[in-house]
Design a protein around this ligand. Structure first.
Ligand SMILES: C[S@@+](CC[C@H](N)C(=O)[O-])C[C@H]1O[C@@H](n2cnc3c(N)ncnc32)[C@H](O)[C@@H]1O
Length: 433
């Protein structure tokens, strides 16, 4: 593809995202599938520009005074990639597949564009929806700018070594042998962080179930859940099973793990991963709707039975904004309300499964207090048999403590730990309850 055609493709993808409100990665994948002639370098160039615009949408909009996809794509080039307006005008020459030439209004907007300075509000400078500002302010206080700036960075690719198959050092050597370079993650004892780019899914190390792609923060949430060999563990919102696989590895194929989800399609993605990983103690359960005042027939036999119930709740995903920059703009107050209702429901459902003395581990990849602290406090107010456990007292001795305040809840953030944002609460059911 010519540079002009790549630019026009980025504009088309962005327009589709803005108009349809569909998740950006899906729109991009649809484009890639229907434009098979685009090679890997073309796809990388189009995706870079699309995701740069999404990451910096508020700043760019303020700079050019418009939220038009075409103008934002041009502005991302002139303001970010150090291309002059003339160079962008040369790309938009109206040739076949290239953008139409710049209008006089576009020329003026681009020539006068300046990125917002210190006096602009934080949601503009750090690119998040204004309606979420009170939540972030409550979460981060004086640290708000540092935390929100870190969300604009690109996330690294982290792998989790499947210790059922191989130790981390050997897995690192195997990856190196396949041409990738990586280093140990700072906290997770199973983590490797790629230091070179490469297609992980094409590696024998991946196909043989030695590594899985999993952010270090997600690995640490599993570490804190502390699944042990011989335990009965329920992963209530297992989805594609990223955390189930890590818990199963911790259990060394002893005990039982129940991976549950209301979404049968997501759960079905777990089957090949379990096979690859050599896991033999996991079963899946598709859940129907939950009615609080009726017996939970989908989980019959598990009531008051589990040593550990992981509730990796459906949430806004704000903690993963580095990986899904478009999600900042597609989240609405109504969606957030829906997530909160679902979180309260899964907490109640999960609590019934915990045996006396067992633990309920609540996890979100959100940093919004209304999905985290507020949610857990509301749960505790009506479940007096559960008590929060300070996270650091549950941290394994041989693993370095991440730099997070010592309190009941663990909060990981891109700025503090270089991971995705996660919230983890451990709630212990009293032994005599
Ligand atoms: C954060 S995702 C899970 C990610 C997964 N645990 C992982 O580590 O890969 C939340 C999951 O909750 C599921 N979910 C939504 N509502 C639910 C409910 N009422 N009961 C159980 N699962 C639910 C969604 O289908 C989604 O797969």
């Amino acid at each position: 593809m010519t540079p002009g055609a790549r630019l026009q493709s980025a504009i088309s993808v962005l327009s589709d995202i803005f108009k349809s409100g569909r998740p950006a990665d899906r729109v991009f994948d649809t484009w890639a599938r229907s434009n098979r002639y685009a090679g890997s370098k073309d796809r990388a160039a189009v995706s870079d520009l699309v995701f740069t615009v999404l990451r910096r949408r508020a700043e760019l909009t303020a700079a050019v005074g418009s939220d038009d996809a075409r103008l934002l794509a041009f502005a991302a080039l002139t303001l970010g990639a150090e291309q002059g307006v003339d160079e962008v005008a040369a790309l938009a020459d109206g040739a076949r597949h290239a953008p139409e030439p710049l209008s006089p209004e576009e020329q003026t907007a681009l020539s006068m564009a300046v990125l917002p300075g210190e006096s602009a509000p934080p949601w503009t400078r750090f690119n998040y929806p204004e309606w979420l500002h009170p939540e972030f302010e409550a979460a981060f206080g004086n640290g708000l700018e540092r935390e929100m700036a870190a969300f604009m960075e690109r996330a690294p690719t982290d792998l989790r070594v499947n210790t059922l198959k191989m130790k981390r050092e050997k897995a690192l050597a195997a990856l190196t042998g396949e041409g990738l370079s990586a280093e140990a993650t700072p906290w997770s004892p199973w983590g490797l962080r790629l230091t070179s780019r490469g297609n992980v899914l094409g590696l024998a190390t991946f196909r043989d179930g030695i590594v899985e792609i999993q952010d270090e923060g997600s690995q640490l949430a599993c570490l804190l859940a502390g699944a042990a060999p011989g335990e009965q563990v329920v992963d209530l919102c297992a989805g594609g099973g990223g955390k189930s696989l890590a818990l199963a590895a911790m259990m060394k194929n002893h005990g039982q793990i129940y991976a549950c989800d209301t979404d049968a399609r997501r759960l079905s993605g777990l089957t090949p991963r379990v096979r690859r990983a050599g896991i033999r103690n996991l079963q899946t359960r598709v859940l129907g709707p939950f009615t609080p005042d009726m017996a939970d027939k989908d989980l019959a036999g598990l009531a008051s039975h589990a040593d550990c119930v992981l509730v990796d709740a459906p949430c806004s995903g704000t903690g993963a904004w580095r990986r899904s920059p478009g999600a900042r703009w597609s989240l609405s107050p109504e969606m957030l309300m829906g997530y909160r209702a679902a979180q309260a429901e899964v907490l109640t459902r999960g609590a019934r499964l915990v045996r006396p003395g067992g633990r309920l581990v609540y996890v979100t990849c959100s940093l919004l207090p209304s999905e985290n602290e507020t949610q857990v406090e509301a749960f505790l107010a009506v479940h007096p048999a559960f008590t929060p456990q300070p996270w650091a007292s549950n941290w394994p001795e041989h693993v370095p403590l991440p730099p997070a305040p010592h309190g009941n809840w663990l909060r990981l953030t891109p700025a503090s730990t270089g991971t995705d944002g996660f919230f983890v609460a451990i709630l212990r059911r009293e032994a005599r309850s």
